[in-house]
Design a protein around this ligand. Structure first.
Ligand code: CP
Length: 317
């Protein structure tokens, strides 16, 4: 594996899962693999889980780890070519990226959708510039359109908790006060579509996701119908994707919040969310605190997903 930006960088979902299982059972077996190799983690946006779990993954592999917060202590970066740089941005990303590449062996990048230009977001302009100009393997720590390390951890968690070969997994939109990118739901759909699970997406009209990620998933606009018989409920908010309303909040309908009444419609489903989560917007206190909540094991599996990916990249160097 040279770069990691989606599930499709693994040869198969079975391959990804068997590699993750080995890493989880043998977290320090490859401690020599990363010796004298430097991992650079570049954050254009805030993070708790990704920041800590990816550092831990690198340390487990014996790597040296550097973290750079672009918006705290680094020069402000211009990302557009052709701009007269007479404003507050002191450095161009076209110099900054190769310089970063010269200090490390592998680069992780977090760069969210900005909702300024849909073509730029869905063209993954920032992530692709790192791939093009850094000269290093690059992996996504959540880019504009995907969060594959999260979805990989979600899949590992479902595999650990499922009690039937083909569980029903329902991804439900839920309300949120701010406009959030589609990266997490896009990736979750992408990964679920590579399994043989029964996968259903439910959201209010107007929140349709990119068909490239939805593929053959069932889309059910009635949340109660979608939740019926679910084994896993994956809650997430996202802003509108369609051209007319791209990046807008169209609804804050609290009847979509995942409550114990909603969970009662399911097959004693496990509750999942990538975190951070807005309690009593996305999910009620009692559901997230219940013994069917998997939010902590999901977050813990972020080390496993990151370490599995880093190991594959290290093996390719
Ligand atoms: N789930 C996730 O990526 O969390 P952070 O934004 O805190 O990294």
């Amino acid at each position: 594996m040279r770069h990691f930006t989606s599930v499709h960088d693994f040869s198969s979902i079975g391959d990804a899962l068997s590699k993750a299982k080995y890493v989880k059972e043998n977290p320090f077996a490859d401690h020599e693999l990363g010796k004298n190799k430097t991992l650079l983690l570049v954050f254009f946006n805030s993070s708790l889980r990704t920041r800590l779990s990816t550092q831990k993954a690198g340390l487990n592999l014996g790597m040296n780890v550097i973290v750079l917060d672009i918006n705290q202590g680094a020069w402000k970066l211009e990302t557009e070519r052709g701009v007269v740089m007479d404003g507050d941005k002191s450095e161009h990303i076209l110099e900054a990226i190769p310089v970063m590449g010269s200090y490390c062996d592998i680069i992780g990048v977090r760069s969210f959708a900005r909702f300024e230009n849909k073509a730029d977001d869905y063209g993954e302009v920032i992530l692709n510039q790192f791939i093009k100009y850094s000269g290093r393997p690059v992996f996504s720590m959540e880019a504009a359109t995907g969060h594959p390390l999260q979805s990989f951890a979600d899949l590992i968690t479902i595999e650990e908790y499922k009690t039937k070969a083909r569980p029903k997994v329902v991804m439900s939109w839920a309300p949120h006060p701010k406009a959030l990118p589609q990266a997490v739901p896009n990736s979750f759909a992408d990964w679920m579509n590579c399994t043989d699970y029964e996968f259903v997406i439910t959201h209010p009209k107007g929140y349709e996701l990119d068909s490239k990620f939805v593929r053959n998933a069932v889309v059910e606009y009635d949340q109660d119908k979608a939740l019926a018989g679910a084994d896993f409920v994956y809650a997430k908010n996202w802003a509108a994707f369609n051209d007319e309303n791209y990046g807008k909040v169209l609804s804050k309908d609290m009847s979509w919040t995942i409550t114990s009444e909603k969970m009662a419609l399911t097959n004693k489903a496990y509750f999942m969310h990538c975190l951070p989560v807005r309690r009593n917007m996305i999910v009620s206190d009692d559901v997230i605190e219940s013994e069917r909540s998997l939010v902590i094991p999901e977050a813990a599996n972020r080390v496993v997903s990151a370490q599995t990916v880093l190991k594959e990249i290290l093996l390719s160097l």
